[in-house]
Design a binder for this molecule. Structure first.
Ligand SMILES: Cc1cc2nc3c(=O)[nH]c(=O)nc-3n(C[C@H](O)[C@H](O)[C@H](O)COP(=O)(O)O)c2cc1C
Length: 142
């Protein structure tokens, strides 16, 4: 993939504010990666699910949006997709599954995650990811 004149796709990770999301796009990012690095850089950093809507708004379709940090259930993934993420990444969940059961453990974890996503979508009455939108999520007042 070639984006905005860069020889490789530029993905900028660690975005938590609308301002940084906009800057990332202005500097040619093909994807804005909303992340607090799993909370490993700054204790009590903002939760990415809370930072996501403002980043999505700032990017306004000019780049893909990836989000991670603390996603471990299908409901977590569905909420992020409904709030405008194009992809949800997982880190420690894979490590825990691998540690607990090796390859089989990882396969089980991914299958469970996929089932949870399907069940959550069914409970919401949607059959396609593009039917998910912000109206499906109740967010806390600012
Ligand atoms: C052991 C470990 C090492 C990591 N090292 C880096 C790193 O060098 N650079 C980085 O951007 N993120 C790093 N991360 C963060 C992950 O890329 C990712 O953002 C994070 O794990 C996502 O949150 P989650 O683990 O809750 O899914 C690391 C995470 C773990 C668990």
């Amino acid at each position: 993939m070639v984006a905005w004149g860069h020889p490789v796709a530029l993905v900028i990770k660690g975005i938590l504010t609308a301002e940084d999301a906009s800057r990332a796009v202005e500097h040619g990012a093909a994807a804005v990666y909303v992340s607090n690095h799993g909370g490993r850089q700054l204790d009590h950093a903002q939760a990415t699910i809370e930072a996501l809507p403002a980043a999505v708004e700032a990017v306004a379709g000019r780049a893909q949006i990836i989000v991670d940090s603390g996603f471990s259930r299908g409901t977590d993934v569905v909420k992020a997709l409904a709030l405008g993420a194009d992809a949800v990444a997982i880190g420690r969940l894979m490590c825990w599954a691998l540690g607990a059961g090796g390859q089989a453990g990882l396969e089980t974890a991914l299958r469970l995650l996929q089932e949870e996503i399907s069940v959550t979508m069914a409970q919401l009455g949607v059959t396609r990811i593009d039917q998910l939108n912000r109206e499906r999520v109740i967010t806390s007042p600012a």
